[in-house]
Structures are given as structure tokens and as C-alpha cells.
Design a protein around this ligand. Sequence first.
Ligand code: ATP
Ligand code: MG
Length: 432
Amino acid sequence: MTTIRAIRGMNDILPDESDRWQYLERTVAEVLASYGYGEIRLPIVEQTALFRRSIGEVTDIVEKEMYSFDDRNGESLTLRPEGTAGCVRAAIQHSLLGTVQRLWYSGPMFRYERPQKGRQRQFHQIGVEVFGVATPEIDAELILMTARLWRELGIDGDVALQLNSIGSVSDRQAYRAALVNYLSGHLDALDEDSQRRLHTNPLRILDSKDPGTRAVLQQAPLLSDYLDEESRADFARVCELLDAASVPYVINTALVRGLDYYNKTVFEWVTDRLGAQGTVCAGGRYDGLVQQLGGKPVPGIGFAMGKERLVLMLEALQAAPLPAAPADVYVVNSGGSAECAAFAALESLRSALPGLRIVQHAGGGSFRSQMKKADKSGARWALIWGDDEVASASVTVKPLREQGEEQVTLPLAEVAAFLQRRRTPDTTTQGN
Ligand code: ATP
Ligand code: MG
């Protein structure tokens, strides 16, 4: 029989990796909470129309990357390729837009891309969106928040901030005409996708990864020369606020984002630690999106970071705490009434010592083989129940790794205090 395997580009995250994921998630949640952001949980499936209307018809995602299907009623649904559209949909639907909203979410996203290191078909993002602030201090807040996050995670030395302003819709219309005019003179040197997009969505060409197209773009007109007064002033203010907070950045005039809805500030945090998949976090302002999706004209801004790429960085830089051994205490018993006694005592012990990881041997076997498993588990202590222990309402505590500790038999009532005195301050997050 052929064995069934996971779908290409959709990975399992096994227990020895999930430690790192939890460290990332915990740290992000703490940093976001410290800026007053609230978590919003959104469905993974939305109407296909939501993504067509927000991301834009002529984008990689909508043209060739969405997992869309008809449900049993014939309605077209899509596994979300990103989180902003759903978050805006929810904010409109639940009338959240009367006041400033600072929101975040986390979860799987789906894009039919070519899987490689740092690029999956099911990948995971943490996203942040702010609704209701038109002025540039919020742009700076989001960037400062991400900078703090890299410091907390211990990867700040290996990520760099790139910044640009892509102006307003009308700035881009003027620029678009100049760009099309220039690129039309170099049509043969453009890749196929870019040739096709020249008249449908020419700005997307700036984002092309094709070397021939990139060469042509070297001499292309610059969007920065087409920005209006307001976009220029806002961008200058973002830069000023970042300077004041000593957050270094590079202005990259070629930076445009892969989705249509952005305007004014766009930014990316990039690393050279991950090869071609170097962007770990990307975002920008999207003042027209809420209205475009049927809401009031409320400005928005947000970013998303790729959890796989951040986990790869934590691994490369050994920045996360060492994974803890799965057990602090391993329990062996001689079966029968000893097993019953152990079960009862361990439940009290877990209540008395929250956070202590107590693994009870399962599956029988000789005392010797149980002790071998205890040793292999990485636990510091074995607790042993045999007939003598049952008869005397006690338990034997055997040190597996501790220097200068002897095996002792203690009355049941004293075990919790014994182990508590020997706990390290935090058994789950030590090391580095
Ligand atoms: P890229 O240029 O790498 O394709 P993107 O511009 O398509 O990225 P966004 O849609 O802005 O990416 O998503 C934000 C972040 O999510 C990216 O910077 C990246 O860290 C992560 N990401 C995007 N697509 C994938 C993927 N297929 N696999 C893993 N992470 C991804
Ligand atoms: Mg992409």
C-alpha cells in the first residue's frame, strides 16, 4: 500500500522544533501587548471575492497562487493567502472602525508557490493592523515595535530595515505613465510576466526577480520623483521619528510591495542569513483598502512577518533558549497496586508543583527497562513505586543527574517539598 504523505510545501512542525516556535510566539505576544495591541482570531477560509477585491486581480497571488475551491453550495471560497483582507473584513463587519484599532493575529496562510527553504505552500504569519490613524507617527510606532521585537528575540544584529514611500494613487498614476513609456522602449529585454504586465499592472514589474528585467530597471524613472507634497512630508516625518529613536534604515526606492493596496510608507526587514528568502517582515500603509472593501474611508497600516523564516533565523543564530528535556521527573512502578498508588500520588504532585513535567512510564516492562527509559528521558529524578513503597505510603526518589544527591525513600507527604527545594528558578526557559 502506498503511504500517504503530507502535501508538498505543507510541513509538520515536530516537538523538537515547536519549542522554538513557542518561544517566538510568546515573545511576539509580549511585545505586542506592551504596545497595547489586541489579538483578533480570524477564519482561515473566506470568500474568494474578498481577496480578488483587496489584493488585486493582476498580482502573483490572485493570478496563480490561491487555493480556491467551490463549496457544496457552489460558492467560491479560498484558503487565505494573507491576513489583512480578512482583518479588514472583520473590522467592517463588527463595526470596529469608529475608534482607533490596534490589532494582531497569527496563523497559517496558503499560497501555491514553489517550495524551497523559507518558502512553503502552507506558511505561518504574525500580522499587525492599525485602523483609524492617518498620520505618520503610527508608521513609526509599527517599525519601532518590530525593532524591539528583533532585540527581544536576539536577532537584531542580523536584520536591516528598508524603507520607501510609494505615494498616493494619483502619484502612482503619473509615475505609471512614465514607467510604461520607458519600459516600452526595452520590451524585448523584459521577462514574459513583465511584458504581459506592462499594460495591466506595470508597477509590479519593479518587483520582478528576473535578472534581465532587473537590468532594464536600473535606468527606469524613480517613483520618488513623482510623490506629492503630503506623501513627501509624511515620509520625511517617519524618517525623523526613526532617527530620533535611533532606528537605522536604508531608503530603497525600488521597494514596492507585492499587493496592490499599499500607499505611502512601505517597509521590509531583510536578512542575508536565509539566502534568497531574505524578507522576514514586510508591511505598509493601505489608506484606501477599507473603503475598497465596502467600509468607511478609514486609513490603515500593517505588516506581516513570516514565522518559518524567523524560526530559521533563531536556529541559525542559536538565539532561542535550548529546548528543554521533555521530563523533569520520570515515574517507574512495579505494576498492580504500585501503579494505582503512583497514579493517585502523581495527581497531587502535579497540583502541588505546577509547571513540573512529570512523565509516568507507560507500557509495562521490567524494572530495569523502565529505569533505562527514565535515564533516556533526560529527567533529573526518577520516582519509584514498588510493593515496599505502597506498604509504607512512601516513594523512592533516585537522582539521575544530580551530583552529591543520594537515593532516598520519603513519606508521600514530603515529596512535593523535597522536589520544590531542588527546582531551578525556571525549568523551562533556562540555557542559551
Ligand atoms: P516574498 O517576496 O518573499 O515572496 P511577499 O512579498 O510575497 O514575500 P508578504 O505577502 O508581504 O510576502 O508576506 C509577509 C511575509 O510573510 C514575508 O516577508 C515572508 O516573511 C512571509 N512569507 C510570504 N510568503 C511566504 C511563503 N510562501 N513561505 C514562507 N513565508 C512566506
Ligand atoms: Mg511572494
